[in-house]
Design a binder for this molecule. Structure first.
Ligand code: WAQ
Ligand code: MG
Ligand code: MG
Ligand code: MG
Length: 259
């Protein structure tokens, strides 16, 4: 065990448009290989050529890291994106989001939540009470950061995802991100689908049912996607954003998370 870790983060863009982003939380002896792996992703992405690539590396004292649990995963079979979006709305309603607020959020992702139908680097923060957007930085959104999964939990997760045909970066990273989001104060549900044109799946995550994925939430070729975090109106927004952006978390346990 080491007494400090490093947060290694990559984001890449072209003409201010988001291309790729990924991050890890690793001990010192894994920083160099992790940087290489993230740079390789920026240089080879389905959203196209990166013009600018940022790699940030910050020390994180081990004592600051909170250990969290990965939510259980289920796949909800749908024939196409229309069925998928209908099922996503129903899942959000089951999680406690009013139907009009849920449907409006899906429409915003479908239109491309960023300026001129582009994607955001981060997520929209939406008040479940009235559908109002709570994050003020509308061109960026809230970027969840400083999270990863421990090597032991990763090995267990891969053994579980492999037979399902789901052992890929999209699923593993989305699960870890959703785990951090669900561990945040005031969070009611998360909605996500990828902005990668070759990846049509997405999910709704909620404390009550975990991570429910839908194989189709958009058509192949569509570069519009994003994330929405639905929060209770009485949540202190500054604290929530600070937790999501800055609190280091490591997934050390998977599924069967007692509340
Ligand atoms: N924090 C907040 N929002 C983010 C972050 C982050 N760290 N990373 C990405 N986003 C937002 C941003 O708006 C992206 O445009 C959008 O999410 C999609 O990101 O079970 O691959 O990395 O099969 O393209 C989900 C389904 C895949 C996986 C999600 O998202 C499965 C995916 P992407
Ligand atoms: Mg990503
Ligand atoms: Mg991705
Ligand atoms: Mg993407």
């Amino acid at each position: 065990m080491t007494d400090h870790y490093y947060s290694v983060r990559m984001r890449s863009s072209r003409q201010q448009r988001h291309i790729s982003g990924a991050e890890r939380l690793v001990p010192p002896d894994r920083v160099v290989e992790t940087g290489r792996e993230l740079l390789r992703r920026a240089m080879n992405h389905s959203r196209g050529v990166s013009e600018q690539v940022h790699l940030s590396i910050d020390l994180v004292p081990a004592g600051q890291i909170r250990e969290i649990c990965l939510p259980p995963l289920e796949t909800f079979m749908v024939a196409d994106w229309r069925q998928g979006r209908q099922a996503a709305v129903e899942s959000l309603v089951a999680a406690g989001v009013p139907e009009t607020v849920a449907a409006d959020a899906l429409a915003r992702l479908a239109a491309g939540p960023g300026p001129a139908g582009s994607s955001l680097r981060g997520a929209m923060l939406i008040d479940v009470a009235d559908g109002r957007r709570l994050d003020n930085d509308s061109a960026r959104g809230v970027r969840v950061s400083r999270m990863d999964i421990s090597p032991g939990a990763l090995a267990r997760l891969r053994r579980r995802l492999g037979p399902l045909g789901l052992d890929n970066d999209h699923v593993r990273e989305a699960l870890v991100l959703a785990a951090k989001v669900l561990s945040a104060p005031g969070l009611v549900a998360e909605l996500c689908w990828s902005d990668d044109p070759d990846y049509t799946a997405g999910y709704v995550a909620a404390p009550s049912f975990g991570y429910r994925r839908f194989p189709h939430l958009k058509n192949v070729g569509d570069e519009r996607g994003g994330r929405v975090f639905f929060v209770r109106g009485d949540t202190p927004v500054a604290e929530l954003v600070s937790y999501l952006e800055r609190q280091p978390v490591l997934v050390t346990r998977i599924a069967e998370c007692a509340a």
